[in-house]
Design a protein around this ligand. Structure first.
Ligand code: HPA
Length: 248
């Protein structure tokens, strides 16, 4: 049985669809504790692991997440593939609230995060290949499912994800800069997660839900209330996509 890990982002703290649930509590790794308990379960003959990236209470800020411990914990429990769920702001004109995207590229604007296992301390210095940050097989499988799903706000099969530091949202000038850099989506947790998965050789892809137009991309200011509304409906769609993914 293959083991698929899901890293749940903002708005996705549990997967009630899982059968035979078992909770891995107080996990420890050589680099500390992951964001929260990892739920193990089964769905359509596939073993699933679920880790809420910001913790069960959604209280861990993006720059304080122990991404390395999260990845080591998933590896320890046997994760063979990882799908990361990310709530993002939309920069590209197609990326309206509720839109889904399976990004193919990433630009890292984060700083000060523990971002590698190959730091010469935990593991000897090494330089991983990262031309294509996301696993193409997982991406194509996700895209195949999105193409068959009835989605309220459509999807994109490519996208450049800008990983920003947060937790604040961006200024309009910052979003214009990201746009000039070729970015389509903006979120706070895509890095170093994607690179750490590659360092551990675990295939990794991201499923993004646009929850707001990025700063300056609509006439209105971004409100948490608007984001919450999109999250509620969008995460329901994401759960359906995950269920379909385990069937495919
Ligand atoms: N910017 C950065 N991260 C985000 C946003 C945004 O507008 N929306 C959701 N996560």
């Amino acid at each position: 049985m293959q083991t698929l890990a899901i890293i749940g982002g903002t708005g996705l703290t549990e997967l009630p669809e899982l059968n035979d649930k078992k909770v891995h509590q107080n996990i420890n790794t050589d680099l500390g504790k992951p964001s929260g308990d990892i739920i193990e379960g089964e769905l359509h003959g596939q073993r699933l692991l679920f880790l809420p990236r910001h913790g069960e209470l959604q209280a861990v800020a993006p720059h304080r997440i122990n991404y390395r411990a999260n990845m080591l914990a998933l590896q320890q429990l046997g994760a063979e593939n990882i799908i990361a769920v990310n709530a993002v702001g939309g920069i590209h004109c197609d990326a309206i609230a509720g839109h889904m995207s399976v990004p193919h590229q990433i630009v890292d604007y984060t700083w000060g995060r523990e971002h590698t296992f190959f730091d010469g301390l935990f593991k000897p210095l090494d330089h991983i290949e990262f031309s294509h940050p996301y696993d193409e097989i997982l991406r194509q499988k996700l895209i195949g499912i999105l193409s068959k799903q009835r989605l309220n706000h459509g999807y994109s099969d490519t996208g450049v994800y800008a990983a920003t530091q947060g937790p604040r949202l961006e200024s309009i000038a910052e979003i214009k800069r990201l746009e000039r850099d070729g970015c389509d989506l903006v979120g706070m947790t895509g890095m170093p997660e994607a690179a750490l998965a590659r360092e551990l050789n675990i295939p990794y892809a991201s499923l993004c839900l646009v929850v707001n137009p990025a700063a300056g991309k609509s006439d209105a200011l971004i409100t948490i209330e608007d984001i919450r509304q999109v999250l509620t409906q969008g995460m329901q769609e994401i759960k359906e996509i995950i269920v379909a993914f385990t069937k495919a």
